[in-house]
Design a protein around this ligand. Structure first.
Ligand code: PEP
Ligand code: MN
Length: 333
């Protein structure tokens, strides 16, 4: 249950109510709310006087639910980079899997500028499956990303791998990416909840939609209203492709949550040959964004080499997204 408190509610009384109802008190931009466990279906008489509005929820998808906010949340990165809310913007994010050198990330930034892409992605702390693979440039990479973002006027999204560097990512990134493998890390979720910066939360590949949105609830209930969900493929019985992009799940998220959704076809299929088709299908889903990995020369990429598009392939894909965006009433930014 979500209880929106009346503006003049006595703070002490609100705290008592919160304690008695086992609720989390959340300060939002517009009000103070108490979020109780969803099994509470009826508010006790004695607390009714402080409630401006009571929203009974079916399950613990609460602050993220459409019942609470009927419109998709707006995430504002800059005057000209807004997603969700009243906009119909679909933002394209591109860049390499990992930042590897100044020369490489400069070329990625130049690709963005040449097409009008506003957000550059790259990982500095990589959550690799093997300890013998490239683990990312770490702090050096993060500093490089920040420098190039500033030089080219691009927003930066980069991922947090573990809690040892979460504060550095929060400080350096414009959007904090929580990777599929880190989605359950409560230390990371809680640190990102305290930060006010936008967070892109990727769905773990063995995670149900319920668990995915509940992970987002940790960030929302901790006080950060700027959460974006990212579907990046889940593990199924299929092995020919790396993962299976759950577009049914995307429909569910659009229908039942108030969080912007970004789709990542690159990690889903895992092979560059399928990324353009899949990206166009994602565009047709009418989502808030697409995240597509690109590399100046994918054959020498230090991570996710098989799935990254070269710059020529990405430029062609980008042009082909425009008529699809127009057809589904989206504004490509
Ligand atoms: C990435 O974006 O490079 C990445 C590692 O993604 P995921 O967490 O979805 O595997
Ligand atoms: Mn990657």
């Amino acid at each position: 249950m979500i209880i929106e408190l009346k503006k003049n509610t006595d703070k002490k009384f609100a705290e008592t109510a919160s304690k008695e109802l086992s609720a989390i008190m959340v300060e939002t931009k517009t009000s103070t709310v108490l979020v109780t466990p969803s099994k509470l279906k009826k508010l006790d008489e004695k607390f009714q006087a402080i409630a401006e509005k009571v929203i009974v929820t079916e399950d613990d998808i609460q602050l993220a639910g459409k019942k609470y906010l009927s419109q998709t949340r707006q995430i504002k990165l800059a005057e000209n980079i807004c997603i969700g809310g009243k906009t119909t913007n679909t933002v394209v994010i591109t860049g390499p899997c990992s930042v590897e050198s100044e020369e490489q990330i400069t070329m990625s930034a130049e690709l963005c500028i040449s097409l009008g892409v506003k957000i550059l992605r790259a990982g500095a702390f990589k959550p690799r499956t093997s300890p013998y693979s490239f683990q990312g440039m770490g702090m050096e990479g993060l500093i490089l990303l920040k420098k190039i973002g500033k030089k080219f006027g691009l927003k930066i999204i980069t991922e947090v791998r573990d809690s040892t560097h979460v504060n550095d990512i929060i400080e350096f990134a414009d959007i904090i990416q929580i990777g599929a493998k880190s989605m359950y890390d409560h230390g990371i979720l809680k640190s990102c909840a305290k930060a006010k910066k936008p967070v892109l939360l990727k769905r773990g590949f063995g995670t149900t939609l319920q668990e995915f949105v509940q992970a987002a609830e940790f960030i929302l209930s901790g006080g950060n209203e700027n959460v974006i969900l990212c579907e990046r493929g889940i593990r199924t019985f299929e092995t020919k492709t790396r993962f299976t992009l759950d577009l049914c799940g995307v429909s569910y998220l659009k229908e039942f949550t108030n969080l912007p959704v970004i789709l990542d076809p690159s990690h889903a299929i895992g092979y560059a040959y399928g990324v353009p088709d899949l990206a166009r299908a994602c565009m047709a889903m009418g989502v808030e964004g697409l995240l597509i990995e690109t590399h100046p020369d994918p054959s020498v990429a230090k991570s996710d080499a098989s799935q990254q598009l070269n710059h020529q392939q990405f430029s062609e894909l980008y042009q082909s997204l425009k008529p699809i965006a127009a057809a589904v009433g989206r504004n490509l930014i």
